[in-house]
Design a protein around this ligand. Structure first.
Ligand code: NI
Length: 255
């Protein structure tokens, strides 16, 4: 039994065959999906999906790329969406200085605001960081609880960053990019994650595993990630499933 703690089944890439994608994943052992909102529209759609499928839970968040367009009305809507019982997390939120689609200052303000909401509602954070590790850590340390409830999604960085993330109490997840031929370094770093902080995620439709590289990713492929983690952490596939499922259930309060 597996929990895909981060996928975007609401995206257009799944419009034509969403139900078969979910069925294929369930056949592969995925019991629950956390459909992560990355915009207001996406968060609404996540909730819709969650209401249609028992196995789907939703998170509400706005990607840092969209930080420039935020108004107070956005937050009124966010608060309204958060009232839904199937919303179990805030995300994805964070900083993205790779493309800088929104001004860094606006991204920081938006991220801080979501940290406050997560504290107020006692909901875990699903954190996105791309090329912004320093600021992400600083903002979390300054504004977060101790320990911080949440996960550093699609972890990218070095041992030092991993150390800081763990120190803050966060969980860590890798996507199927851990299976890439050229991800040797990342696989080395992954060895430093204690089992009780590890989560599985696909980030589908993005980052299909090596075997399907370049194609659309889907939650059924999460077994490729499980297998590579089993290999590098030197524990059985069953154990990877068991601990990551326990971790996800506890963090996201999934019954
Ligand atoms: Ni994502």
């Amino acid at each position: 039994m597996i929990i895909d703690t981060h996928c975007h089944l609401d995206f257009d890439q799944f419009r034509a065959d969403r139900n078969s994608v979910i069925e294929r994943a369930e056949k592969a052992g995925v019991r629950y999906f956390i459909n992560v909102g990355s915009s207001l529209k996406g968060s609404r759609k996540s909730i819709e999906l969650a209401s249609e499928h028992d196995s789907v839970f939703a998170s509400v968040g706005i990607h840092p790329d969209d930080a420039d367009g935020i108004t107070e009305e956005t937050f009124t809507e966010v608060e309204r969406l958060l009232e839904n019982k199937k919303v179990i997390a805030i995300g994805e939120v964070g900083l993205d200085f790779f493309k800088k689609r929104s001004t860094p200052d606006k991204q920081k303000t938006l991220f801080t605001r979501f940290i406050d909401i997560s504290k107020k509602r006692n909901l875990p954070l699903i954190i996105h960081n791309r090329d912004a590790a320093r600021d992400t850590v600083d903002i979390l340390k300054k504004n977060g609880t101790h320990p911080i409830l949440g996960v550093m999604h699609c972890f990218s960085g070095d041992e030092k960053l991993l150390g800081e993330v763990l120190e803050m109490g966060l969980h860590v997840s890798f996507t199927c990019n851990l299976t890439f031929k050229n991800a040797k370094r990342l696989r080395e770093i992954a060895k430093g994650v204690p089992l009780d902080r590890l989560l599985l995620e696909t980030d589908a439709p993005f980052l299909a595993p090596q075997a399907y590289r370049g194609e659309r990713n889907e939650p059924a492929y999460i077994t490729e990630l499980r297998d590579v983690l089993s290999e590098i952490l030197n524990v059985s596939k069953e154990e990877i499933e068991k601990v990551t499922t326990e971790n996800a259930k506890k963090l996201f309060k999934i019954p």
